[in-house]
Design a protein around this ligand. Structure first.
Ligand SMILES: *[C@@H]1O[C@H](CO)[C@@H](O)[C@H](O)[C@H]1NC(C)=O
Ligand SMILES: *[C@@H]1O[C@H](CO)[C@@H](O)[C@H](O)[C@H]1NC(C)=O
Ligand SMILES: *[C@@H]1O[C@H](CO)[C@@H](O)[C@H](O)[C@H]1NC(C)=O
Ligand SMILES: *[C@@H]1O[C@H](CO)[C@@H](O)[C@H](O)[C@H]1NC(C)=O
Ligand SMILES: *[C@@H]1O[C@H](CO)[C@@H](O)[C@H](O)[C@H]1NC(C)=O
Ligand SMILES: *[C@@H]1O[C@H](CO)[C@@H](O)[C@H](O)[C@H]1NC(C)=O
Ligand SMILES: *[C@@H]1O[C@H](CO)[C@@H](O)[C@H](O)[C@H]1NC(C)=O
Ligand SMILES: *[C@@H]1O[C@H](CO)[C@@H](O)[C@H](O)[C@H]1NC(C)=O
Ligand SMILES: *[C@@H]1O[C@H](CO)[C@@H](O)[C@H](O)[C@H]1NC(C)=O
Length: 479
């Protein structure tokens, strides 16, 4: 009886293998045979940055995971070549051009907004999607950049969250302290628009130079101290942002009455370099910061528990905690894998042709005529934007405006030697103390109940909400 059953199972299996082989042979006329053995992707970012070093590990892990599961790409292997742009926009540009000479289907990166703006123009012309897991600059969502795809939350939403916080606490005016490049300026423009929707405004804009140091920060903060507003939004880079707190503390600007709201750079610093030196934590007592929120799922928990294995032996460049960008970088590779699969399923070809405008430039030392146009670029872009998958960062799907769905952030308060979660913000329901995904099933509700956020310990170790401004005579007295 048992033998008979086993026998029929064997026959069933043989039959299934035979049928599926037969079926796929039948359908494979054009589509399956056009699948190459290897597809090439490029990645450009600075390996030494907090975001870059974490992303590198995550991307390598994702490529390995994709390639070890033949069902994802139907036997095709994915090859991601990573280039270190080493903080240089020019290097990033040249490396991107080199990828475009090498029949690359898509480029992962770049890390910063300045390079993204330049590369997006080239991506548009050569039809090679530029897929960034780190650039949050809202202006890159413009229709001008169809081949720029953002696999991280649009920075517009963190500015909306800050505007909601300012309104929630009943303040009206803020000071914007920001790095004076595309990332900083465009972020602050978005903040200004979002504040205006709440009838609030930026009363003073204080730009910081790209490679700020103690002296340049001091010059700017001295002017900030002379203004009336005590609400300071700091939109900087993780490489030197905490130096602003150090100088501010020295100038007496981290005391009672001040409010500091740091954008996601600070949570990235805390997550990656955790635990921060106690001196650094001391400087930022009472600061609020935002962290991109990714729901707590089984997939994410598994990845988080793999993290120490993935990074063991790589910590020569300092501690390497997992940050939100690492999750988005991991999912970016999977997103591309799914899109590549759909592309070949729909009969896409991996063919490239020379740009006739560039071949006419022949003669110079720049080998520009080697740049090629990806003939299937438009179809591939469409496949990318149509992906709907669940990754370690949650659901990966794009709105018609090319933004990731369900943008949400956590609001964090730096207290003592650590951090404390004060609440959440989501595009769906605004500020809340419950995780956003519990609200998605309910009707959107932005109404202002009193328990929208937990209590904050403000600078100066007080739980009393600062009023947000100081009259000039007082500020001169403390300066
Ligand atoms: C990155 O650039 C700096 C100078 O800007 C240089 O000293 C360093 O060697 C470069 N690193 C790599 C990996 O190219
Ligand atoms: C970490 O690596 C060790 C040894 O290779 C293995 O036994 C363990 O299961 C791994 N842990 C995770 C979470 O992958
Ligand atoms: C092959 O491509 C055609 C369109 O070109 C599509 O309709 C068909 O479903 C594809 N077959 C498979 C097996 O994907
Ligand atoms: C694939 O290439 C063939 C010829 O090489 C062409 O006829 C076909 O239209 C191409 N398919 C797509 C989707 O570009
Ligand atoms: C494109 O141009 C390069 C360099 O001039 C040349 O080697 C290559 O054969 C050309 N490819 C096509 C498809 O014409
Ligand atoms: C995306 O996937 C989720 C989960 O698999 C599903 O519930 C949802 O309907 C899908 N959405 C679209 C637009 O396909
Ligand atoms: C955020 O909310 C606005 C208004 O409800 C909506 O138009 C927009 O599409 C939402 N964004 C995302 C990414 O869901
Ligand atoms: C919105 O939330 C408030 C407070 O939680 C509640 O009182 C109100 O009924 C909700 N409105 C809707 C339309 O669900
Ligand atoms: C929000 O709060 C303000 C004052 O606290 C009140 O005037 C307003 O009606 C509230 N709005 C909603 C939608 O509950």
């Amino acid at each position: 009886m048992v033998e008979q059953l086993a026998m029929s199972i064997v026959w069933l299996l043989v039959l299934m293998i035979f049928c599926s082989g037969f079926a796929s042979n039948g359908a494979s006329t054009t589509n399956v045979s056009t699948r190459p053995d290897v597809v090439k992707l490029g990645a450009i970012f600075s390996f030494d940055t907090l975001i870059g070093k974490v992303a590198k590990v995550a991307i390598e892990a994702a490529v390995e995971d994709v390639n070890s599961d033949p069902s994802v790409l139907g036997g095709t292997k994915m090859k991601v070549t990573m280039q270190d742009s080493n903080y240089s926009g020019l290097l990033g540009l040249i490396e991107a051009l080199r990828f475009m000479e090498e029949d690359t289907m898509a480029i992962i990166g770049p890390l910063n907004a300045v390079t993204a703006h330049i590369l997006s123009h080239i991506a548009n012309e050569l039809l090679v999607p530029l897929v960034s897991f780190s650039v949050t600059d809202p202006t890159l969502s413009a229709l001008q950049y169809p081949f720029f795809v953002r696999t991280v939350q649009n920075g517009l939403y963190q500015m909306a969250a800050i505007a909601d916080m300012v309104d929630h606490y009943g303040w009206r005016e803020v000071i914007a302290l920001y790095v004076d490049d595309d990332h900083g300026r465009n972020g602050i423009t978005a903040l200004s628009n979002k504040l205006a929707e709440k009838r609030c405004r930026i009363s003073y804009k204080a730009p910081l130079v790209l490679d700020s140091n103690r002296d340049s920060i001091t010059d700017v903060l001295v002017k900030v101290a002379l203004t009336e507003s005590r609400i300071i939004v700091l939109h900087a880079y993780d490489s030197w942002g905490s130096l602003v707190f150090e100088v501010a503390k020295y100038l007496g600007m981290m005391g009672t009455g001040y409010v500091w709201i740091a954008t996601t750079w600070l949570s990235t610093l805390i997550d990656t370099n955790s635990p921060l030196p106690s001196g650094t934590m001391d400087d930022m007592q009472g600061v609020l910061t935002l962290r991109m929120y990714t729901p707590d799922t089984e997939l994410k928990r598994k990845f988080v528990s793999r993290w120490s294995n993935l990074t063991s032996g790589r910590t020569s460049k300092g501690p390497m905690g997992l940050n939100a960008y690492g999750l988005y970088a991991y999912d970016t590779v999977w997103l591309l894998a799914h899109a590549i699969n759909a592309f070949f399923d729909q009969g896409g070809n991996l063919s490239f042709s020379n740009d006739s405008r560039l071949t006419q430039l022949r003669g110079g030392d720049l080998n520009l005529d080697a740049l090629s146009i990806f003939n299937g670029g438009n179809l591939f872009l469409k496949n990318i934007l149509q992906v709907n998958m669940t990754g370690v960062s949650g659901q990966i799907m794009f709105t018609p405006q090319k933004d990731l769905v369900h943008p949400a952030l956590e609001i964090i308060n730096a207290i003592g030697s650590g951090i404390r979660k004060v609440g959440y913000w989501s595009n769906f329901s605004g500020l809340s103390v419950v995780p956003p995904e519990t609200l998605y099933t309910k009707a959107p509700n932005h109404s202002n109940s009193s328990d929208k956020l937990y209590g904050v310990v403000w600078p100066g170790q007080t739980t009393q909400k600062p009023r947000g401004w100081m009259s000039m005579t007082c500020s001169l007295g403390t300066a």
